[in-house]
Ligand binder design. Structure first.
Ligand code: SF4
Length: 102
């Protein structure tokens, strides 16, 4: 199974914290409402929720990235592709509900 990390683009993020509501196990909020992501890979049981948080981010600021592997000598072997749904050509879609609804 491919290991994934959750990432956020702080420039694109609008700090309403919807991702923290969807995935509190991996996302906290700082004092301004910006997401603070847990270190490490997303545990496999949380991957579906992480994908949903990525998909539902209204600013396309949240994304999943393949985790880097370490070689036997500890050197970085590869860097995974960015797999965020927001990086597709689909454009922004409005939230159906939640704090981002306008
Ligand atoms: S849902 Fe997206 S825009 Fe909203 S706080 Fe999370 S990363 Fe930022």
């Amino acid at each position: 199974m491919r290991m994934m990390r959750l990432r956020v683009d702080p420039v694109a993020c609008d700090a309403f914290g919807y991702c923290a509501e969807l995935l509190p196990e991996m996302v906290g909020l700082d004092e301004w409402g910006y997401p603070v992501l847990a270190d490490g890979v997303v545990p496999p049981p949380l991957l579906d929720l992480a994908r949903r948080a990525v998909r539902d981010c209204p600013r396309r600021a949240l994304f999943l990235e393949a985790a880097e592997r370490q070689g036997s000598d500890g050197a970085r072997v590869s860097r995974g592709a960015v797999l965020g749904a927001g990086r597709s050509a689909g454009g922004n879609r409005p939230h159906a509900r939640g704090p981002h609804a306008t």
